[in-house]
Design a protein around this ligand. Structure first.
Ligand code: LRH
Length: 465
């Protein structure tokens, strides 16, 4: 059987990728075409994303992909949530801000002054994160000059095709979507004095957004459609998480660890609000009931600081295996402490939380980080179970963190549940499966798509000790 091929653009907070994925004989296989660095860049007015460089890498990566695989049928784009670009007359007004920029605090106060958080939560179902888009909009002086505000994957899709849309899974992270109807909450938008005219038409994953603009089609070498996928990276990751039953929890672990359950209906109880659980929209109208844990950010920022101190590159697998030797009896800190959110000098900030309990050697310090993340994962799984009144019998851990066996084992040990690790590229796989399904090249239900994943990407199993 000839393979059907699709291109995935998958942008994470530390790197972006363009991948080709081929479906044939009930298998889905991946080929990495281009990987490029990403991260916060400091400008005079705060932290931004280097958007021009990202876009250039995407176009160059797509051109490479088409050269390698002329049979590619379509393109799908996913990225981190909440951040956006403002357009006026079709041109970007400014480089998008990075969500870790600390300018949003007054936005939080203003929004909660107008709509108390308890009401906000009943309307949008979102956990409190200081960078949720609605808080960013409140402090963005350029919003009044804009005729459209597009989240990052929608912005890229617009630059590629010329059509402005808001893909629903990612739109659910703005805080402006009604958690019950999945439509813009126009009353909320009005109360917050956000110009409704900047909010584009909502589309569901699977919708054809448009075809490449002629000049880009010429550069890329094909006249391809761009299809909306679960453009929130976590939504795509959950599509390709081989959940086997309603009792499986997931952890999508990259920069963040997104810990939770897939539900049919939102849970917006006082208890869910107090536990800071979110109800983000998944593909096919499912609810991603989850909590953000700091994830690999803590480790990568620590390693980055040590590398700057030493002037050399650190061998991460070696550091993790030394950390494994030190034993699990290390002091723990709150992985979600707000002081750990901004970039820079992570070891000192973690040490400040640990006080005189802070381990002195790097292996033990690393172990403290991994165990603290695992402890936060275990707590979040338990909270998800209690809040949704579901028993949990296993945890699927997908994304980059699934390669970190110390973290997987620590999560199994601390939760008392088996951890099934992988696929590492869940996000890109979920991206492509939704395109393939829209083109009639993959089965119709999420359950069947997940069976396809488990056939091709057998998870590594960690039993609790
Ligand atoms: C993970 C992620 C997460 C959001 C955060 C901003 O990449 O999309 O789901 O909360 O980035």
């Amino acid at each position: 059987m000839t393979a059907r091929a699709f291109a995935a653009v998958d942008l994470g907070a530390t790197s972006g990728r363009v991948m080709i994925e081929r479906l044939a004989d009930g298998r889905v296989d991946l080929e990495l075409v281009r990987r490029f660095p990403n991260g916060p860049v400091e400008r005079s007015d705060g932290l931004h994303w280097h958007f021009d460089a990202l876009f250039e890498n995407i176009v160059a990566g797509l051109a490479d992909a088409v050269r390698r695989e002329p049979a590619i049928e379509s393109i799908g784009i996913d990225s981190w949530a909440v951040d956006y670009g403002l357009l006026h007359g079709g041109a970007l007004l400014a480089e998008p801000f990075h969500y870790r920029d600390e300018r949003t605090a007054p936005g939080v106060e203003q929004v909660h002054g107008i709509v108390p958080f308890a009401e906000l939560y009943r309307r949008n179902g979102l956990q409190f994160l200081p960078f949720n888009t609605l808080y960013q909009y409140r402090v963005d002086p350029r919003l009044v000059d804009a005729d459209a505000a597009l989240l990052i994957p929608d912005l890229i899709a617009y630059l590629l095709t010329g059509r402005q849309v808001a893909e629903r899974t990612n739109a659910s992270t703005t805080g402006l979507l009604d958690v019950h109807t999945s439509e813009w909450d126009t009353e909320l938008v009005e109360r917050l004095s956000i110009p409704a005219s900047v909010l584009p038409e909502l589309v569901d994953p699977g919708t054809v957004i448009g075809t490449l603009r002629p000049e880009l089609a010429a550069r890329i070498g094909a006249d391809l459609p761009v299809i909306a996928v679960g453009s929130h990276d976590t939504a795509s990751a959950v599509v390709a998480t081989p959940l086997t039953s309603a009792n499986s929890a997931y952890i999508s672990c990259g920069t963040w660890g997104l810990v939770g359950l897939e539900l049919a209906d939102p849970v917006v109880t006082d208890a869910a609000r107090q536990a800071n659980f979110t109800n983000e929209l998944g593909v096919d109208g499912r609810i991603r009931f989850l909590h953000n844990v700091a994830g690999l950010w803590l480790l990568s920022e620590t390693v980055r600081a040590w590398e700057a101190e030493d002037g050399t590159v650190i061998d991460l697998p070696r550091l993790l295996s030394d950390a494994a030797e030190t034993g699990a009896e290390v002091p723990l800190f709150d992985a979600n402490d707000p002081t750990l959110s901004a970039p820079g000098d992570m070891p000192a900030r973690i040490a400040a939380l640990l006080g005189d309990r802070a381990p002195t050697g790097r292996p033990a310090f690393t172990r403290s980080i991994v165990e603290s993340i695992a402890a936060a994962f275990a707590d979040a799984v338990q909270a998800a179970s209690a809040l949704s009144q579901r028993d949990i019998d296993s945890i699927h851990l997908v994304g980059g963190g699934s390669l970190n066996s110390l973290l997987c084992q620590a999560t199994a040990d601390r939760s008392g549940l088996p951890v099934l690790a992988g696929p590492v590229e869940a996000t890109a796989l979920g991206n492509v499966l939704v395109q393939a399904r829209a083109r009639g090249a993959a089965p119709a239900t999420l359950e069947e798509l997940r069976r396809l994943i488990s056939r091709t990407h057998e998870p590594v199993s960690y039993r609790p000790r």
